[in-house]
Design a protein around this ligand. Structure first.
Ligand code: NAP
Length: 282
């Protein structure tokens, strides 16, 4: 009985993917925070979604539910599925991309969003190698090899239809440039992601695939919650010309603009979503 149900589900999925005109996005770390904001904004313009997460299945399920509701409110019918995978692990990355292939048969957008903050936030002179390795696996190695896996599949998709155009968006941080001496590993990983974006942009351009970096500033999420009062004060005192916290939806809207191909002649470039943080003032 179980086998028949599985077979019927697969048939349904294949038929659906033939009938569906929706584009498909894979968002890593979309159970919470910025990734969830990206999912909701893409849902609102009718994208099918694969919601990846590491541990928090309930939050991932809630993102799926809210995305479908959000899409419906805007007059779209979308499919959204969840897939647990630790993007720091090679086998998990392969399982994640295979999941998208099997369930949706296509992938139009990868958003490399999942990330962790510096473990223990130790001073540069005390930071451990063990914590460095753990962070690099998730924040830099994972996105690099997902660009590689998805990039290869996107090249295949472009070979089948040369008017098809894929996109990859890497979520970096103002920490790729601004120094925090108690989060050296995080800063280095985000600076590295800038080069990952340029590398894959150059490599994949001939296959019609644009690769972008979105660089968020200080955004409300579980990651920044522990330092909320520090940043409340800094923002009130004028750290950013736009005196408010960024919201996950602010990043989501930028993703939509890139995903919907409003920047077709731009690749390998950075889009700041930071309330003007980078403006030098005297
Ligand atoms: P968050 O609220 O802590 O959410 C992190 C998300 O990543 C969760 O969905 C989490 O899944 C997932 N995740 C963590 N480790 C993972 C792994 N190994 N494999 C797969 N998924 C994993 O963080 P956030 O603030 O939204 O940050 C999202 C991204 O934006 C990060 O890359 C971060 O560096 C970047 N960023 C954030 C800010 C900010 O101010 N918040 C600013 C600049 C850049 P679970 O729910 O299962 O744990």
């Amino acid at each position: 009985m179980g086998k028949i149900r599985f077979w019927m589900l697969n048939v349904y999925q294949v038929i659906y993917s033939f009938l569906s005109m929706n584009q498909v996005a894979l968002i890593t770390g979309a159970s919470r925070g910025i990734g969830r904001g990206v999912a909701l904004e893409l849902a609102a313009v009718g994208w099918d979604l694969v919601i990846n997460y590491a541990n928090n299945q309930a939050a991932a399920e809630d993102t799926v539910k809210c995305s479908i509701e959000h899409a419906k409110a805007e007059g779209h019918e979308i499919r959204a599925a969840i897939c647990q995978a630790d993007i720091g692990q090679a086998a998990d990355r392969e399982r994640l991309v295979s999941f998208v292939r099997n369930q949706f048969g296509q992938l139009d957008l990868l958003v490399n969003n999942a990330g962790i903050t510096s473990i223990g936030r130790s001073d540069l002179l005390e930071a451990s190698e063990e914590n460095w390795d753990a962070l690099m696996a998730i924040n830099l190695k994972g996105p690099f090899f997902l660009c590689q896996l998805v990039g290869s599949w996107m090249v295949e998709q472009n070979n089948l239809n040369d008017s098809w155009r894929g996109k990859i968006i890497n979520i970096s941080s103002i920490s790729s440039d601004a120094v925090s001496s108690n989060r050296g590993d995080y800063c280095v990983a985000k600076a590295g992601l800038r080069m990952v974006t340029k590398l894959f942009a150059a490599r994949l351009a001939d296959a019609g695939i644009n690769v972008y970096e979105i660089c968020p500033g200080i955004i409300t999420s579980d990651m920044t919650n522990p330092v909320k009062s520090k940043y409340d004060k800094m923002i009130n005192e004028g750290l950013t010309p736009i005196r408010r916290w960024g919201e996950p939806g602010d990043v989501g809207k930028a993703v939509v603009a890139l995903a919907q191909d409003y920047f077709p002649f731009t690749t390998g470039d950075v889009f700041n979503v930071d309330g003007g943080f980078t403006i030098r003032r005297i």
